[in-house]
Design a protein around this ligand. Structure first.
Ligand code: PCA
Length: 205
């Protein structure tokens, strides 16, 4: 069987998105006897559900681990919950859509808990020496949207992992670092790839 791992395109002020790099790196790898299908999703509220449905239809995965960038977070964050809310807050999506306090599925459940083993994934990440934690909010942008839709519309075990910036991304986005300004937290891409691989392994253990 396959394991589906999605990343997202760059969005907002970000020129790159480590989740896209992770999905591309894992594509075609074998993890726990399953072939990983790595795919990149558009950062567009209106397209995420159809893209995920098409991927699940085509590849019939044993589990889905979607990933995205959470700039500023200090660790790999395994999300516990997807909520039935779209709100772009201050960053419109890549189609310039900027929902405010909208339900994703009007008659859907208010929220769903991830169906991959969240706590066990974080334990496995920490055992592997990868900074990680459980996160209790995936926000209200496209990442939460993907997690909610996976859990609302599909039977497959599914979860979401938010990733920090890479060191190169943090350098790119630094604000006046030579003048004492801020540089956001980062994690090398190789550790991010290993981290998502670990979550995929735990999902089918
Ligand atoms: N991060 C955003 C959307 C796409 C991504 O990589 C989020 O956290 O919702």
């Amino acid at each position: 069987m396959t394991l589906l791992c999605t990343g997202y395109e760059p969005f907002g002020d970000h020129d790159t998105n480590p989740s896209r790099q992770v999905a591309r790196e894992l594509d075609g790898e074998t993890v726990a006897g399953h072939e990983v299908v790595g795919a990149v999703l558009p950062v567009e509220f209106d397209r995420v559900a159809d893209e995920l449905a098409a991927l699940i239809d085509e590849h019939d995965p044993a589990a889905v681990v979607a990933t995205g960038l959470a700039g500023g977070r200090t660790t790999v964050s395994v999300e516990r919950v997807g909520i039935n809310v779209d709100d772009a807050v201050t960053v419109p999506d890549n189609a310039d859509d900027s929902p405010h306090d909208e339900r994703i599925v009007p008659a859907g459940a208010d929220a769903h808990l991830a169906t991959i083993p969240v706590v066990e994934s974080v334990e496995a990440l920490l055992d592997a020496g990868i900074p990680a934690r459980v996160s209790n909010t995936a926000g209200t942008h496209c990442c939460n949207h993907a997690l909610y839709i996976l859990l609302e519309n599909h039977d497959v075990p599914a979860g979401f992992v938010h990733l920090p910036l890479t060191p190169a991304g943090a350098v790119d986005e630094a604000e006046a670092p030579t003048r004492g300004g801020g540089v956001q937290a980062s994690l090398p891409l190789s550790l991010q790839v290993e981290g998502v691989r670990t979550v995929l392994e735990t999902a089918v253990a």
